[in-house]
Design a protein around this ligand. Structure first.
Ligand SMILES: *Cc1c(COP(=O)(O)O)cnc(C)c1O
Length: 379
């Protein structure tokens, strides 16, 4: 089945009771049992809820996976995946990483004696050097946040497999429309569903998807034991958002291209980070593993300072200044003082994240309005 069709039909079915075509919001915490244990597969909504079940099946289908698990946030999904790792083991991750992920790894899991090594995974030599027999998990984001670097998923996952390490891809920036890491050898795919999948900036949610029965069983156990599950209303909103995922992503990518080319030709812009540009370090890998290049762009100005960056992001009218990404509306942000403020400055600079970097989440408005907005803001 093609992605556009899956987004509308896969994993969901009309309500058997009433024929309702849209999945009902089963706003219930518990379920009647005729005798102890005599029930219809649902006992308590932390464990299972019918609205969530359909969402989990839909998420699995979007990533060509066998099993989907939904969580109350992207961070809750990451927290659950990390529970596969035991004290004394080592995790290798990108150095250009979502700030909240870096915080969870270094402030929550490191004190449990889990070791983290942050490397430039867009560089194959670094990958070959640091992923070894002591690696228990490889955590990769691609495209990365906020430098939009590209990691060669097939290469890294095959190296992880060779050393017996679990490979996990945070696929939030690409969405399942642009790339499917399970097909490229990943063991587990993670999403901040909050972003492109839900797509309307009205839900916070996370997901893990896998083809492995063994991982599914462990992750399901942690999901139920720790209990960071989404409620039925949010599950419904996400199911609704998924229906338009394909058409939204098409437009995000079209608009992304327009904006990236505009910025690339602008005299005040020093560098544009967008994998569709041939000047991008790993353009050829992006072209190989992604269907299109998406709507996430970052750029730096010539001779720019923090204050100039702040001025531009306050001047935009359609690009709204806010954290987050992947919604229908265009957003602008300043990673160094917003999403990535929890990463120490010296770590940020080492990773190439300059204080003047501006990040755009290009929405699905008309491209001409987006370009004029940037024109008047940058000058
Ligand atoms: C937002 C985000 C997360 C965290 O997800 P939440 O839904 O905010 O908890 C993780 N990874 C990436 C790449 C993100 O953009």
């Amino acid at each position: 089945m093609h992605f556009n069709t899956k987004a509308i039909h896969a994993g969901v079915h009309p309500d058997p009771e009433t024929g309702a075509i849209m999945t009902p919001i089963y706003q219930t915490s518990t379920y009647v049992q005729k005798k102890p244990g005599d029930h219809k597969g649902y006992e308590y909504s932390r464990t299972h809820n019918p609205t969530r079940t359909q969402l989990e099946n839909s998420l699995a289908a979007l990533e060509n996976g066998s099993y989907g698990l939904a969580f109350a946030s992207g961070m809750a999904a990451i927290d659950t995946a990390l529970k596969l790792i035991k004290p004394g083991q080592k995790v290798v991750a990108n150095n250009d990483l979502y700030g909240g992920t870096y915080r969870l790894f270094t402030k929550v899991f490191a004190p449990y004696n889990i070791q983290f090594q942050f490397i430039d995974m867009s560089n194959a030599n670094e990958v070959d050097k640091f992923i070894d027999k002591d690696t228990a998990m490889v955590w990769m984001e691609t495209p990365t946040n906020p430098l939009i670097k590209i990691v060669d998923i097939a290469h890294v996952t095959s190296l992880a497999k060779k050393h017996g390490a679990i490979s996990v891809v945070d696929n939030t920036f690409a969405s399942p429309y642009l790339q499917n890491p399970l097909n490229l050898g990943a063991d587990i795919v993670m999403h901040s569903v909050t972003k492109y999948i839900a797509g309307h900036s009205d839900v916070v949610m996370g997901a893990l998807i896998t083809n492995s029965k063994e991982f599914e069983e462990q992750l399901r156990f942690y999901q139920n034991s720790s209990g960071a599950v989404p409620g039925p209303m949010d599950s419904f909103l996400t199911l609704r958002g998924i229906k338009t995922l394909a058409v939204r992503m098409q437009r995000h990518a079209e608009n992304g291209k327009e904006v990236a080319y505009f910025l690339n030709n602008h005299t005040r812009v020093k560098k544009v980070h967008w994998p569709g540009l041939e000047s991008h370090q790993n353009h050829h890998i992006a072209a190989k593993q992604m269907k299109d290049f998406g709507g996430m762009i970052s750029f730096e100005l010539e001779n720019s300072s923090v204050s100039q960056a702040h001025e531009i992001i306050s001047n935009t009218k359609i690009f709204t200044l806010a954290e987050s990404l992947g919604g229908v509306e265009s957003l602008v942000g300043h990673p160094a003082s917003m999403t990535h403020a929890s990463i120490p400055k010296e770590e940020r600079i080492k990773a190439g994240l300059s204080d003047s970097l501006i990040r755009l989440s290009v929405g699905i408005e008309h491209k001409d309005d987006l370009i004029s907005d940037l024109k008047q803001a940058i000058g």
